[in-house]
Each structure stands twice: as structure tokens, then as C-alpha cells.
Ligand binder design. Structure first.
Ligand SMILES: [Zn+2]
Length: 217
């Protein structure tokens, strides 16, 4: 199966991508992994991308797209794949559609992890990071024995700027702006399925799998 996974920050997308891909025995293809592989492998595209990243610039769409195309052409992706982090916008979605048409295939399903903003804030804003060892705790879901102190090393816990409520709300707004058109693009194509991403990780995976099975039947 050829699947795209989308979801807001804090929806557990990386974890779900891993689980779903392994249930389906298809490779999980994330743009982060592709970037790292190209950079560490010293490919031409990797060198190009690294130049932008070293200067603190965004890697241009054409470079990302060329990397995705190369990755989708590899042997292990011929029977299916799960894309995570691509496409990010409608322009990329159109490129992907064209790319797959060239390969003689197309996407089967797009799964959207659905979780409301307050739940994302609760998950992320409760995180506390140890200054000494970097371990991440959560005030509700994984609290240390003594408040503000790391169980593992006794270090002081703090809230990273990324985990502050204002920052999270801003990231969610940016996500909505970018992703809402992408989601309606796939809804129009008739291949979008929403998956309730609240509750335990295994239950979310099961919901995603039942959508995929329903499609396969
Ligand atoms: Zn620690």
C-alpha cells in the first residue's frame, strides 16, 4: 500500500508511522531520514541540502522533491511505502501525484491523525527536560518522584522553549494554515481518512490499521 500520514505536532506521528509501516511490512519514508541518509552518504543532493542547512536556510522544494523521487525509486519501496513529512503543501502533493503517475502507480490512502489543540498542548506543555542528562519527563503522564528533579540523575528539570504553551499554539496555527489545504486536496481526491489520535498509542495504531484494512477489503 502507498500511504501518506499527516498530523499536527504532538499527535505522535513519528511513532505511529513506525508502527503502521511495520504492521504493513512497508518502509517508513520520512523526509528527516532521507535528508540524513543523503547528507551522510555524501550524495550530490545531500551536499546541496547541507549547504542550505549550514547557512541556516530552508532546503528548497526542488531538492526535497528530488530526494523523495530517488527514495521512492528504490527497490524496497516498489510494493508500497508510508510517507511521513511529505508532502507538506498542495504544490508538493501535486508533484507527488505526478511522480507516482510516472512510476505507474498512485497513492492508496492518506491518514490524518486528528487530535484537538488542547490535547496537544496538554501533552507537550507538560514535558520537563533534565538539564543534566536530557531525559524527558511529563508532569501528568510520566512524573518524576520528586517534583522538578530527575529520577535518573538528580538533575534539575526545566521546560524547553519549544514546550511552552504559546510556542505550541503558534506551531499548531502554522500547521493548520499549511495543512488544511493539503487535507482538502486529498479529501477531494477521495482518499483521505481521519484517525482519532487521542488515547493510548496502541489504540491509535489499531484505529489506523482498521482504516487501512477497510480499504484493502
Ligand atoms: Zn537527568
Amino acid at each position: 500500500m502507498r500511504v501518506v500520514l499527516v498530523g499536527p505536532p504532538g499527535a505522535g506521528k513519528g511513532t505511529q508511522a513506525q508502527f503502521i509501516a511495520s504492521h504493513l511490512s512497508i518502509p517508513k519514508i520520512s523526509t528527516g531520514d532521507i535528508f540524513r541518509a543523503n547528507v551522510s552518504g555524501g550524495t550530490e543532493l545531500g551536499k546541496l541540502a547541507k549547504g542550505f542547512m549550514d547557512r541556516g536556510d530552508l532546503v528548497p522544494d526542488e531538492v526535497t522533491i528530488a530526494m523523495v523521487r530517488d527514495r521512492l525509486a528504490e527497490d524496497d519501496a516498489q510494493e508500497g511505502f508510508l510517507l511521513d513529512g511529505f508532502p507538506r503543501n498542495v504544490a508538493q502533493a501535486e508533484v507527488l501525484k505526478k511522480m507516482l503517475t510516472d512510476f505507474g502507480t498512485g497513492l492508496d490512502l492518506v491518514l490524518e491523525l486528528v487530535v484537538d489543540d488542547d490535547e496537544v498542548v496538554r501533552r507537550l506543555a507538560g514535558r520537563r527536560t533534565c538539564r543534566s542528562c536530557g531525559k524527558v519527563w511529563h508532569v501528568d503522564f510520566d512524573p518524576p518522584k520528586a517534583e522538578g528533579i530527575c529520577d535518573a540523575c538528580g538533575g534539575e528539570l526545566f521546560q524547553r522553549d519549544d514546550d511552552r504553551e504559546e510556542t505550541i499554539r503558534h506551531r499548531l496555527e502554522v500547521y493548520q494554515e499549511q495543512t488544511a489545504p493539503l487535507v482538502s486536496f486529498y479529501a477531494d481526491e477521495g482518499i483521505l481518512r481521519g484517525v482519532d489520535a487521542t488515547g493510548p498509542v496502541e489504540e491509535v495504531t489499531q484505529r489506523a490499521m482498521s482504516e487501512l484494512r477497510r480499504f484493502a477489503d
